[in-house]
Ligand binder design. Structure first.
Ligand SMILES: NC(=O)c1ccc[n+]([C@@H]2O[C@H](COP(=O)([O-])OP(=O)(O)OC[C@H]3O[C@@H](n4cnc5c(N)ncnc54)[C@H](OP(=O)(O)O)[C@@H]3O)[C@@H](O)[C@H]2O)c1
Length: 219
């Protein structure tokens, strides 16, 4: 379905997840594929309509899953939704260290160098050691569902998105393309070793040249 967005567009309906559990990943890039702008984060490339949809997806979710690199780069603050920090090292991002119990969960592995520190900072029950040397992301998804958090929103970053796809955890990619090209050297929305995942277009929305696509992972 292709929809030109107007002020009355039924966005909540257009973004409703088809079933539960559901894991979607929301990313933005420029027409030339840059996932960051001059600031070194996505903040310098997103725009108003992307922000509207970003906020809507949060409203439709139970939990945020975010790579530690993104949490650090974008200095995430605590949110209404619990935030799962995915980190191989077990290092809790500085801006999330003073959160109330349960606001931050750490998904890491049992060999993480900072495992004990993570347990001290966020509390034992909020550290998920999944796998020995790498984080088992399928197990993470299952644990979140078990904890009553079936609507899972991942906000990147590029390495985490790549790994989630590689481990077969993603139902949907929400990819906004803003009408700009910026050149220079920037990451794409996926980074790391190659993966090859077929997608099916679910919905394409357009407003003032910004394209907002819902892509479903074709299983
Ligand atoms: N355009 C967009 O929509 C968008 C969205 C998000 C982020 N970004 C941008 O992307 C940049 C960050 O890129 P990035 O690729 O470094 O982000 P990232 O994937 O969030 O961060 C990588 C780090 O996150 C942890 N991590 C990621 N995948 C993991 C996995 N499978 N298992 C265990 N830990 C994992 C590791 O943390 P440890 O080092 O702690 O082990 C890793 O070093 C920033 O500039 C950010 O602004 C753009």
């Amino acid at each position: 379905m292709r929809v030109l967005l107007g002020p009355d567009a039924p966005l909540p309906e257009l973004y409703a997840a088809p079933s539960e559990p559901w894991l979607r990943v929301n990313m933005v890039s420029t027409v030339d594929g840059a996932a960051t702008g001059a600031s070194g984060t996505s903040r310098s490339i997103n725009n108003d309509i992307d922000q509207v949809v970003f906020n809507l997806m949060r409203q439709q979710s139970d939990v945020l899953v975010v790579g530690a690199g993104t949490l650090r780069a974008e200095a995430y603050a605590p949110n209404r939704l619990p935030i799962v920090a995915v980190t191989r090292s077990g290092s809790v991002p500085p801006t999330l260290r003073d959160c109330a119990p349960g606001q931050v969960l750490v998904a890491t592995c049992s060999h993480a160098e900072n495992l004990d520190e993570a347990r001290e900072i966020v509390g034992d029950e909020h550290v998920l050691a999944l796998g020995s040397h790498r984080v088992d992301l399928a197990a993470l998804r299952a644990q979140l569902v078990e904890r009553g958090l079936p609507r899972i929103l991942c906000e990147g970053g590029p390495h985490l998105l790549r790994d989630l796809l590689d481990q077969g955890c993603v139902d949907e990619i929400d990819a906004t393309v803003v009408p700009r090209v910026i050149g220079g050297r920037h990451p794409r929305i996926l980074d790391g070793p190659p993966v090859d995942v077929p997608l099916r277009l679910h919905t394409l929305l357009e407003q003032d040249g910004t394209l907002l696509a819902r892509w479903l992972v074709d299983r």
